[in-house]
Design a protein around this ligand. Structure first.
Ligand SMILES: Nc1ncnc2c1ncn2[C@@H]1O[C@H](COP(=O)(O)OP(=O)(O)OP(=O)(O)O)[C@@H](O)[C@H]1O
Length: 299
């Protein structure tokens, strides 16, 4: 099992505010007899400046929760706030702008543009938005992620881990209020996956960012400050200062209750792209490269 450094064992009792909040968040897909209640009146606070992981069996609502918190999906009932902004009442155009300006996204598929070099990919969302990056911040992100000597390379000239680091830098470049990462290590080997988790950790510890990560992997979740466990569309448990072993044990309790197993029982840090609960990036509502959920989409 991967054992993250103890550096992040900060005092969880006093978060620096709430980055995102949901009350009575309910999401139903379909209608009539085929209705699926993906989220069932979820109340959640995402603490600012913390690294929160979301785990649970396949189909428990992890991706749906992330999409609703990020304004990528509409809600059936309840309210969601990003900071002080209630996003559930926003129109699509305003939501698009909010996602672009205030949220960073990292997906299992890196979604880098092949014709642009690393630096151009990192600043692309801001270029599209017509915003100038904060130069000092951008340089700090680049150095923190160790991309300084790769900035002129195109994605094809980079390893998978380096590409994911570019995706991570892109998510950080605009200094968003909140970064959502959906199985960010799912396409990486364990070493590259550990690197990316380390960088997300650094983004929180060194750059005071807020990260919410959906993962199937207890080893990945162990890099977070807090794990939220979803079961049947509800938050059924939470674990502060998680270890991979403790998370795995908690996930086994879902299995013994007959839920579809989702946690990998091996020591790998990978996100389970080939594991039993692997539908994370391909579930019906999961964001893909284009469309309303594309963080790069121009308003
Ligand atoms: N667009 C959709 N249409 C119909 N049902 C959906 C849609 N998106 C998700 N669901 C259903 O909602 C429930 C929650 O799905 P969700 O993708 O949020 O689960 P998850 O915990 O992320 O699963 P996984 O670990 O397999 O990725 C599932 O029963 C799923 O089939």
């Amino acid at each position: 099992m991967s054992t993250p450094s103890a550096a992040h064992l900060t005092d969880l009792a006093e978060p620096a505010g709430i980055a995102a909040r949901a009350r009575g968040l309910t999401k139903a897909y379909g209608s009539g007899e085929t209705t699926v209640l993906a989220l069932d009146a979820v109340d959640v606070d995402i603490a600012r400046g913390r690294f929160t992981a979301v785990m649970g069996p396949s189909g428990s609502g992890k991706s749906t929760l992330m999409h609703c918190l990020a304004g990528l999906d509409s809600v059936s009932a309840g309210q969601v706030w990003l900071g002080d902004t209630e996003i559930t009442s926003l129109r699509e155009r305003e939501l698009t702008r909010l996602r672009r300006d205030r949220i960073g996204f990292m997906f299992q598929a890196f979604n880098l543009l092949p014709t642009l070099n690393a630096r151009e990919n990192i600043t692309l969302p801001m270029d599209i938005a017509g915003r100038k990056p904060d130069a000092e911040w951008l340089e700090r992100v680049i150095d923190t992620l160790g991309l300084r000597d790769r900035l002129g390379h195109r994605p094809a000239q980079l390893s998978g881990g380096q590409q994911q680091r570019v995706a991570c830098a892109r998510a950080l470049a605009s200094r968003p209020e909140l970064i959502f990462a959906d199985e960010p290590t799912g396409n990486l080997d364990s070493r590259a996956g550990l690197e990316v988790l380390g960088f997300l950790r650094e983004a929180v510890d060194e750059l005071a960012q807020t990260v919410v990560m959906v993962t199937h992997d207890p080893g990945a979740a162990a890099h977070s400050d807090l794990v939220l466990f979803l079961g049947d569309g509800r938050i059924v448990d939470r674990m502060e200062r998680p270890t991979a072993e403790a998370v795995l044990e908690r996930m086994k309790r879902f299995d013994s209750l007959g839920a579809v197993p989702s946690a990998r029982a091996d020591a790998s840090v990978r996100g389970g792209s080939d594991g039993p609960g692997s539908a994370g990036a391909s579930s019906p509502g999961a964001p893909q490269a284009a469309g309303a959920d594309d963080p790069l989409r121009k308003d």
